[in-house]
Design a protein around this ligand. Structure first.
Ligand code: 3HC
Length: 714
């Protein structure tokens, strides 16, 4: 029997139970939509069926429309691949069915799944079931009536909040909002749902059609005020606010002209928006992020992850404390080891402050914070390390010291290293790099750095612990900067090169933030600290001397008493309580820098468009990404998309660095770089990989056709 199917069983009570089978999440693939249409038609026709219950198999109701279908639409441009389920299924077959239909929701009802449930005449859910319309986070709007039925069930303000945030609520909150009629324990869900369906059929309970309700919407003027406020909010907070405005337009249509007209407009707008670049980028990223869990010869060879209950963290600095915080808030016991009691006390205080910050920001309850701190213990030697499952070392960058630490405490050891030192640490099969991004308890990315000698079991263990502590672990090979920092080292350098060619620094900042990065390359330096930047640049200069641009500007800044955000004086002025302000008094320092580098052609600033500024900053990054792909530092091109978004805040709606480069086109990237390399030097020289793909017309993201390269770092 096909794994993907819809079944129907009619009980002696005359209730038909319709079940969706499409593991793991019962998403609505085309055969599921067709199967549902067929079964509801049968319900309506059969005289022995009084009512129906709609449910999902395997503990999940329905995870929404199958996004593989959306990806097919993106590849082909053919929107007709998405069946017209909004009117035909959710309205005609379900809501307007002659028999009452009750949704029995286990586990989750997301997107189209919740929309199907809202078309039903009542909803019974298990405790803690997740309910959401997350379409906006995928660059879509709901397409099965969600924009019309959710406001009618929970009220306009709450519906808008759920839609704009894409965040799930639990069934308990759903019950309070009247989205859910009854909460029933899992083992009684079907029984309670059948009874509810019969009660409606026999008129003991009201037969409610969500789309016809108006009682929760309020008066027209109230509704318009709520919508006005929502539009204003979306403009302020949403980076893709056109999508949010489109969703609000569709809601408004239903308020002004009734739910049915709203449905028609929703369907029309859904079908336009599904082809937008934003949707292409975000859906690509959805699958890219999930692909990172699949690592050949690690996750496909039947290994089981070891249980990690206790971790030794060595070093109570910024990074060690961030890592320790991430572990304890995820219920993993931590032994924090420091050299002396002063350092240890500082470390513990830092972790307490991290945990306190999470409570203040509403990310952690006070109870959970207390529990987390109770499983943290500070130590000054290794005597209690006998039963730790893993050791994470976050001491200073010194091979000798790191080796000493691992020799002293190695049981089953995971090592943290920030440079390619892991190649030099023994035993090589059990030492692995865990590159967290600072602050480690907040940033979502974890680069897992393996060498060819690292054991698959150790890689799997670290991937598993990464997920437990809510990170997205991405396995990468070992090289200077690993995948993310290596790919992005030309980012700030490209920006500096432009300044030395005479381009206004704050214009570059504006171009980059308009593109969607949260801050420009210069503000990033202010925030990270110049010392860090110079040290990293020097590492890259050593590793890749053929293509590094070292501007004297940062050193000139430091000589002028500017240290960035840390002393309030950088490219921007930082004052407590106000936004960073561009500092015009840096101009003479920039001019001094330009005098030193003498890069401006004939001593005059170059003339350049905003588009060229963007490209001269980002194409060198694409070029380095090509080298990273060529050396197989990542398992697949889309891993660089995930890491660029999670590690560098590359705008998610652009799908990540390689995806974006392919939308621009390899040929354009190549030709532009070639032209600039002739004019401005080797910083722009196109890589072999880029050249080859541009000439042959192959996308940068396409997998290599040859067998594993001899250059592979995996
Ligand atoms: C017309 C409608 O209005 C439009 C829509 O319905 S749009 C779709 C709305 N639905 C969603 O946004 C749900 C998307 N899914 C998720 O957020 C998460 O998968 C989840 C929170 C449900 C579960 O997370 P988690 O337990 O970590 O499992 P996760 O690894 O993400 O997913 C399990 C598998 O299901 C796949 N999957 C999840 N949701 C999917 C979807 N909607 N379509 C296709 N595949 C999906 C994943 O790709 C993954 O496949 P893999 O094992 O081959 O990699």
């Amino acid at each position: 029997m096909s794994q993907i199917r819809v079944t129907m069983e009619v009980g002696d009570d005359g209730v038909a139970v319709i079940t969706i089978f499409n593991p793991p999440l019962n998403t609505m693939a085309v055969p599921i939509i067709a199967g549902l249409m067929e079964k509801f038609d049968e319900v309506s026709r059969r005289n022995d069926v009084k009512a129906a219950v709609l449910t999902g198999s395997g503990g999940k109701f329905c995870g929404g429309l199958d996004l593989n279908l959306i990806q097919k639409v993106h590849l082909t441009g053919d929107v007709s691949l998405v069946p017209h389920a909004s009117v035909d299924l959710a309205l005609t077959a379900i809501e307007d069915c002659k028999k009452p239909i009750v949704a029995a929701i286990k586990g989750l009802a997301l997107g189209g799944g919740l929309e199907l449930a809202m078309g039903c005449h009542a909803r019974i859910a298990t405790p803690k079931a997740q309910l959401a319309l997350p379409e906006l986070s995928l660059g879509l709007i709901p397409g099965l009536g969600g924009t019309q039925r959710l406001p009618r069930l929970v009220g306009l303000s709450k519906a808008i909040e759920m839609l704009m945030s894409s965040k799930p609520i639990l069934s308990e909150e759903g019950k309070k909002l009247c989205l859910i009629d009854t909460i029933a324990p899992s083992e009684e869900l079907l029984k309670v749902s059948r009874k509810c369906a019969l009660d409606i059929a026999e008129r003991r309970k009201p037969w409610v059609k969500s789309l016809q309700r108006t009682d929760k919407i309020g008066s027209l003027s109230e509704a318009q005020e709520v919508l006005r406020f929502a539009r204003h909010q979306a403009k302020r907070t949403a980076p893709n606010s056109s999508l949010h405005q489109a969703c609000l337009d569709v809601i408004e249509e239903g308020i002004l002209h009734g739910g049915y007209r709203g449905l028609l407009k929703e369907d029309k707008v859904f079908r336009e928006i599904v082809l937008s670049d934003i949707s292409k980028g975000l859906v690509h990223l959805f699958f890219a992020q999930r692909a990172t869990s699949k690592v050949p010869k690690v996750t496909d060879v039947g290994l089981k992850p070891r249980q990690i209950k206790k971790v030794g963290v060595i070093g109570g600095g910024l990074m060690g404390c961030g890592i320790a915080t991430a572990l304890i808030v995820s219920n993993i016991c931590v032994l924090l080891k420091e050299l002396n009691s002063d350092y240890l006390l500082k470390g513990i205080k830092r972790i307490q402050a991290n945990v306190g910050g999470l409570v203040t920001r509403g990310k952690l309850t006070k109870d959970k914070a207390d529990k987390a701190l109770s499983i943290l213990k500070g130590v000054l030697d290794y005597s209690e390390f006998k039963d730790v499952d893993m050791v994470i070392e976050a001491a200073i960058e010194n091979v000798g010291l790191k080796q000493k630490i691992f020799t002293a405490c190695l049981v089953g050891c995971i090592g943290y290293a920030n440079t390619p030192l892991i190649d030099k640490l023994n035993p090589q099969d059990r030492v692995i790099g865990a590159h967290f991004f600072s602050p480690a308890h907040v940033m979502p990315l974890l680069e897992i750095v393996r060498t060819q000698k690292t054991s698959p079991q150790v890689i799997l263990d670290l991937m598993t612990i990464g997920k437990v502590i809510n990170k997205v672990p991405v396995v990468v090979g070992n090289c200077t900067g690993f995948a993310v920092n290596r790919t992005f080292f030309p980012y700030t350098q490209g920006a500096h090169l432009l300044v030395n060619l005479g381009v206004d620094l704050f214009r570059i900042e504006g171009v980059i933030t308009n593109f969607g990065l949260p801050m420009g390359p210069f503000q990033l330096q202010d925030v990270s600290g110049y010392g860090v930047f110079l040290a990293v640049w020097k590492e890259f200069a050593k590793a890749f001397p053929d293509r590094v641009f070292m501007s004297p500007l940062i050193e000139l800044f430091m000589k002028n008493g500017r240290n960035g955000k840390i002393n309030g004086k950088g490219y921007y002025i930082y004052e407590k309580g106000s936004k960073p302000k561009p500092d015009p008094s840096i101009l003479p320092i920039i001019e001094e820098c330009r005098r030193q580098t003498k890069l401006m052609p004939a001593g005059k600033p170059i003339t350049i468009s905003d588009k060229e500024i963007l490209e001269m900053v980002l194409f060198p990054v694409v070029n380095e990404a090509c080298r990273v792909l060529d050396e197989e530092v990542v398992v697949r091109a889309s891993d660089l998309d995930t890491t660029s978004v999670l590690g560098m805040s590359f705008p998610s709606h652009r799908g990540g660095i390689v995806f974006w480069a392919d939308t621009v086109g390899a040929n354009h990237v190549y030709k532009s770089l070639k032209e600039w390399s002739e004019a401005y030097g080797s910083f722009y020289k196109p890589s072999k990989y880029l050249e080859e793909r541009a000439i042959k017309g192959i996308p940068l993201s396409a997998a290599a056709t040859s067998s594993p390269s001899s250059k592979s770092r995996l």
